[in-house]
Design a protein around this ligand. Structure first.
Ligand code: EAX
Length: 345
């Protein structure tokens, strides 16, 4: 009797110790389910697989990572909601749905914010980007990394977009985002929000003339079958933050948290490189399959920027405060200055 009481007390003490000593991970096992809306071939999903390998290897298999593509566990918004409620461990989502949870991310929805992928990555990896990820803690989430989605371009069935005027009256599918809708209204288009999983169907049934997405999605969704033109408008750079439930993540043993954080960054970088590296190849394949793909002149891009950027930026300033936006713009300037300095002889 007495022995068993002592044994119970010892077990309780051990359990309490394990709680207050997050390093004590021996013998504990965890399952991590990640919800993704993209296909298994999309760069961000491939990045998640890199993370899976790293995490499983460096925890000796104690943390098992399961990647669910194609919105199998729900669309982006619902998946992040599940993570917030603690019924799902992780999810990735584009900036637009993330804005629903933390409005500060809307600074990234300002059109033509970054001049290149390298610039976008440098800013997201600077304090400006990590501050954004940290701000998710205010809503019970923990931001692990910015998986890549890429520059968003416009496809449609009516005409190649070579100037601002070509957007006129086009019915364009957008994400369910007030800022994206404002952006396309400012361009003279007729934006129609439709869920990601219904894009192909909406285009094939002519519910919309066109849509906008990065090259990887244009390819994965087989839009070549239902769209004639891809115009490389590059109006918004889009990342897909990988988020987890703050409380759940912090309850993990400290060494596992560290492995997951490192794995997420490796996966993020992999998704960036594979996406940027594949885009020209995919464009060549789209052309082979009969799609007309056009670039835009600098003048046309400037006219598009001038029509949309002030409208969206003004709204973002109103929503999250001019100071936050200005500080973010300063961080972009700093990256530009540092880049220029690095080639000064
Ligand atoms: O890769 O367009 C969309 O709705 C998607 O969220 C996005 O681009 C995912």
């Amino acid at each position: 009797m007495r022995t068993s009481f002592l044994a119970t007390m010892a077990a309780v003490a051990f359990a309490v110790l394990a709680l207050v000593h997050p390093q004590a991970s021996a013998g504990q096992a965890f399952e991590v389910r990640i919800s993704a809306c993209n296909t298994m071939e999309h760069p961000q999903t491939l990045g998640l697989l890199v993370m899976k390998d790293y995490v499983e290897k460096h925890t000796g298999g104690a943390v098992q990572v399961h990647v669910f593509p194609n919105s199998q566990l729900g669309a982006e918004l619902e998946s992040v909601e599940q993570v917030q409620m603690g019924t799902l461990e992780m999810a990735t989502a584009s900036i637009a749905p993330i804005v629903t949870f933390q409005e500060k991310f809307s600074v990234l929805d300002i059109p033509f914010l970054f001049d290149s992928y390298l610039e976008a990555w440098a800013v997201l990896d600077s304090k400006a980007g990590t501050d954004l990820l940290d701000s998710l803690e205010e809503v019970g989430l923990y931001g692990l990394a910015f998986m890549e989605n890429g520059y968003r371009h416009t496809t449609n069935n009516n005409r190649p977009i070579t100037s601002l005027a070509d957007f006129g009256g086009l019915k364009i599918r957008t994400m369910q985002s007030p800022l994206h809708i404002d952006n396309f209204k400012a361009l003279g288009a007729n934006p129609t929000p439709i869920p990601f999983s219904e894009v192909y169907m909406a285009l094939s049934q002519r519910i919309a003339d066109g849509q906008e997405n990065p090259i990887a999605n244009i390819w994965d969704l087989k839009l070549v079958e239902v769209q004639k033109y891809t115009s490389l408008t590059g109006h918004i750079y889009d990342a897909m933050p990988l988020v987890t439930n703050l409380k759940w993540f912090k309850s993990l043993p400290g060494d596992y948290q560290e492995v997951i954080r490192t794995g997420a960054i490796l996966g993020q970088n992999y998704s960036r490189f594979i996406n940027a590296g594949r885009e020209d190849m995919i464009i060549a394949k789209l052309r082979e399959l009969g799609m007309e793909v056009n670039d835009l002149s600098a003048e046309a891009k400037n006219a598009i920027k001038d029509a949309a950027q002030p409208v969206v930026a003004e709204k973002v300033r109103k929503n999250i405060g001019a100071e936050y936006v200005d500080n973010f713009l300063k961080a972009i300037d700093q990256v530009r200055i540092d880049t220029a300095k690095s080639v000064d002889m």
